[in-house]
Design a protein around this ligand. Structure first.
Ligand code: PAF
Length: 285
């Protein structure tokens, strides 16, 4: 197990990536905001598996200020670079980019990437500017890292669709790989924000996955009406002590609400356990 090289300077990082590419090496990128958990590890391990022992696995650790709203948790967002480097070493990461915010967004920065339609509803409607910040930093990370493959978790389902649209529309030569949600044994989706939860809030947070599983069972039993499935999931959230932010059944790519559940429709929800906002989703059978 070798500790990956830590790079702070985006220009030095890009120079290394360009020379790797010129040497014909396969490059895989896993963009993260750090505080790595088992969900991130599944992305890093799959990245290593896909590029093989001769390939280069790049991880970025950057709490991107441009994707946080003014009243969100940027300052409180959990950080643990030392622990992250250990986990990256376990997963076979070659290099880690951990830049300062001023290195990524120096004074005078004025260029943004906006993905219109899929950014509009769901989290995009509740967090104005969030997906503009995500798309811009990921576009920049793609240009700095020159990856053939880039890995993202399906827990951030809307983010994944935004980034797929960006890659398609702007012609980035990168394959986006979406990886399944990793859950705790009791169903809670892994998230860095779970670290904010008190034991009592963590118990409440279980109602996110429970709401999804109940809706899935109803759908498997023949219930296809979207309004009924959404109401059922919303009631499960409320019964478990989570304040719903949204619950929607949508088309898997356009993210437009559907009236009837079709195979592949995705049920997405967000809710507050105490002050912590959590998201989760499930593809219906
Ligand atoms: O999913 C995340 O952790 C972030 O949104 C990402 C993709 C690393 C961009 O900052």
């Amino acid at each position: 197990m070798t500790t990956p090289e830590l790079v702070r300077d985006p220009a030095a990082w890009q120079a290394r990536a360009l020379s790797d590419r010129a040497a014909g090496r396969a490059l895989a990128l896993v963009p993260t905001m750090g505080f790595l958990h088992d969900g991130h590890l599944s992305l890093l391990r799959e990245a290593r598996r896909r590029v093989g022992p001769g390939g280069v696995v790049l991880a970025s650790i950057f709490v991107n200020p441009t994707q946080f709203g003014p009243n969100e948790d940027l300052a409180a967002y959990p950080r643990d670079l030392e622990g992250d480097l250990r986990r990256c070493a376990e997963a076979g990461v070659s290099r880690v980019l951990a830049p300062e915010p001023e290195a990524m967004f120096p004074a005078g920065h004025q260029t943004w990437v906006e993905v219109r339609e899929v950014s509009q509803g769901l989290c995009g409607a509740r967090r104005p500017g969030h997906f503009r910040g995500v798309a811009t930093v990921v576009a920049k990370l793609f240009l700095l890292s020159q990856p053939h493959l880039a890995f993202f978790g399906e827990k951030d389902y809307q983010q994944l669709q935004v980034l797929r649209a960006m890659v398609r529309d702007l012609g980035f030569p990168v394959e986006i790989v979406g990886m399944p949600i990793v859950r705790e044994p009791d169903g809670l989706a892994r998230s860095s924000r779970n670290s904010y939860l008190s034991p009592e809030e963590r118990t409440r947070a279980l109602s996110l996955s429970r709401a999804l599983f109940e809706a899935r069972e109803a759908a498997a039993g023949g219930q296809r009406d979207a309004a009924t499935l959404v109401a059922l999931a919303r009631a499960a959230l409320e019964a478990g002590g989570v304040r719903p932010d949204y619950v929607e059944l949508v088309h898997p790519e356009t993210l437009r609400p559907v009236a009837r559940a079709e195979p592949g429709s995705v049920l997405l929800l967000a809710g507050f356990a105490g002050k912590t906002r959590l998201i989760d989703n499930l593809r219906l059978p």
